[in-house]
Design a protein around this ligand. Structure first.
Ligand code: ARG
Ligand code: ZN
Length: 455
């Protein structure tokens, strides 16, 4: 979530947008092509099972060298295929151990294997590439990709920045397990997702080996390189690794230390924490937002507690249950924001209903949060618009008002369980809410998710 939208009341960017649908009432979610926002990202000819990537990084020069092993399975016969890679120089590609022809296209490595791959066949691609990975500027003008910091670098990838350093099938519909090795000069920390398997000296450098054995969308891959002290801990039996930039330790301690309490609370309402590791990374980077990188969110500033609640809620909603397509972003941001409201309510703060009512009553001049409707952001630049968060959370609160707290929480918990480690679509959520509440909620969801203006 962004620094600005954190409290949900603060002044936010005005998203002036006229959707093509105008004010026309539409009966259901508008028909969309399968991935309208990033049609160039990803490849449907195969699915990736595992990425094993070894990075070497020199903070001084910003030079990256990479060896990326991609284990995939063809979903159709492949005489050629592509991986997403934004910039960098590819020096070799092999497929199933045989040298392959390759060329570059905009944001792609196009590969022609020596032997075509049959439909259903498992195959392994090994790529080597190097260079200075770049920052990526998003449609909403925020920064992602590989971001250099004074003491290292931060890599964050929502929605498409991961291709700045990882040759991958860069679409959330294709989740895979990850092993990420990062070799950096001794004394520098190198953090990623999942569990730290080992830290090995290699000459005067250190190789950090991280493993995320639970399927992960590429945009949730994390690399953080820089100064600090890695703190290992435990929440019950769950191992945690946390790195806080020394400059932010004092300011972020209280919020970061409440992670155990936050995870316990969210497990209680949403079911078992989905991953085998947890933790946090706080780094000084001028990114203006935090990101729910799987198992270990990254905060590009000293977070407050509600921000930690938000990113932790994403572990269930976004990371474990992932988007099939980006226009479904409400399933991530609406859910994480509503969790902030509910957490506050249950911990002596304002009730979510009073937050809702205050927002709902606002005069039109102060309601930059209605459009675009959360279920139909319309364009990539609106993915993280204020309405995605605020109207998105209000939608769940309105649903709570309609079906009751008990039913709302059962729907959310069932959603997290049924789609665990997989994907969900807004239409599936609506169907589940209908079924579990025994009510006819289509009109309600249509008004709240898809219709422009105040519902
Ligand atoms: N998903 C992040 C959150 O927790 C926000 C990411 C924003 N990314 C961007 N490129 N604007 O809300
Ligand atoms: Zn979020």
């Amino acid at each position: 979530m962004s620094r600005d939208s954190r409290a949900a009341f603060v002044v936010a960017l005005v998203v002036g947008l006229v959707l093509a649908t105008g004010g026309n009432a539409i009966a259901a979610a508008p028909k969309q092509p399968s991935e309208p926002f990033f049609p160039r990202s990803g490849n449907r000819g195969y699915g990736v099972k595992h990425y094993d990537v070894s990075l070497g990084y020199q903070p001084r020069s910003g030079q990256l060298t990479a060896r990326d092993v991609v284990e995939a399975r063809a979903t159709s016969g492949l005489r050629k295929f592509s991986l997403d890679l934004d910039g960098l120089k590819v020096t070799s590609v092999s497929v199933n151990g045989e040298g392959a022809d390759y060329s570059r296209g905009r944001g792609k490595v196009k590969i022609v294997p020596a032997t075509p791959i049959a439909k259903g066949e498992a195959f392994k691609v090994v790529l080597r590439y190097q260079g200075q990975p770049r920052k990526v500027i998003d449609p909403d003008e925020s920064t992602e990709g590989w971001y250099r910091t004074p003491d290292g670098a931060v890599a964050v990838g929502e929605p498409v920045g991961t291709a700045a350093w990882l040759a991958c099938n860069n679409a959330p519909r294709d989740k895979a397990t990850f092993a990420i090795q990062i070799t950096v000069p001794a004394g520098v920390m190198a953090i990623s997702n999942g569990s730290l398997l080992s830290r090995q000296k290699v000459d005067r450098r250190v190789r950090w080996s991280w493993s995320e054995p639970t399927p992960m969308a590429t945009y949730l891959a994390l690399v953080d390189i820089g100064d600090g002290k890695l703190v290992q801990g435990q929440i019950g039996t769950l191992p945690t690794w946390t790195l806080i930039d020394p400059r932010l330790v004092k300011k972020s301690k209280a919020a970061i230390n409440s992670l155990p309490e936050i995870i316990r609370f969210e497990q209680k309402i949403y079911g078992h924490y989905p991953f085998a590791a947890a933790g946090s990374v706080v780094d000084v980077a001028n990114l203006q937002y935090a990101l729910e990188t799987q198992t270990r969110p990254i905060y590009a500033f000293a977070p407050d507690r509600t921000t930690v609640v938000h990113e932790t809620a994403h572990q269930w909603f976004g990371d474990s249950v992932s988007l099939l397509r980006w226009p479904n972003i409400w399933l991530n941001e609406g859910f994480a924001t509503w969790t902030q409201w509910y957490f506050a309510e249950q911990h002596g703060g304002r009730s979510a209903q009073s937050v809702f009512e205050e927002l709902y009553r606002r005069p039109a001049s102060q309601t930059h949060f209605w459009d675009p409707p959360s279920g139909h952001p319309g364009q990539a630049k609106n993915l993280f618009a204020v309405s995605t968060y605020v109207r998105g959370a209000m939608t769940l609160q309105a649903l709570r008002d309609k079906i009751g707290t008990h039913d709302l929480l059962s729907v959310m918990k069932t959603w997290a369980r049924q789609h665990r480690y997989g994907h969900g679509d807004i239409e599936d959520f609506i169907a589940l809410a209908n079924k579990m509440s025994g009510e006819h909620l289509r009109g309600f969801f249509h008004r709240w998710l898809f219709q422009r203006g105040k519902p």
